[in-house]
Design a protein around this ligand. Structure first.
Ligand SMILES: [Zn+2]
Length: 141
């Protein structure tokens, strides 16, 4: 019996630059041209300064951050994830801006070794169709 494929993100007008960057194993975020605020997930307007008209550019970010919280997924809600459970999903605050947070997989560490505040670095998993999914791994301080 073959494993069903995992669903892959389908970039849309709002997220296509994000996915174009991850395909090159880079992390990029929308940045407000008026106030410099970084947005994730992609938005149609700046929630910091509410610039009118809203204008974002895409800026590279380091992919370095710290674990804010994390959880263990024990049930595969989609068949494509059945071989992965249990796995860890973490809420990562990126170092470029307070509260710039990204939920993603956390790999490369035993669950009892995960600590709130531990430093992590983004990595990428290449999927079918040229899409690459960001996840995080531990890094030195
Ligand atoms: Zn702004």
């Amino acid at each position: 019996m073959s494993t069903p494929p995992k669903p892959v993100p389908v970039p849309d007008a709002l997220s296509e630059e994000f996915w174009a960057a991850t395909a090159e194993h880079r992390l990029a975020m929308q940045q407000c041209r008026s106030c410099g605020w970084l947005a994730y997930p992609p938005r149609t307007s700046c929630v910091s300064c509410r610039a009118d008209p809203p204008a974002f550019r895409w800026s590279p970010v380091s992919g370095r951050g710290r674990v804010q919280t994390w959880t263990v997924v024990r049930t595969a809600f989609l068949p494509g994830f059945a071989a992965d459970v249990p796995y860890v999903v973490a809420d990562i605050e990126l170092e470029e801006q307070p509260r710039l947070r990204m939920a993603a997989g956390l790999r490369g560490i035993e669950r009892d070794a995960i600590e709130i505040g531990m430093p992590v670095q983004v990595a990428f998993e290449d999927m079918e169709g040229g899409v690459s999914i960001p996840y995080f791994v531990p890094r030195g301080p």
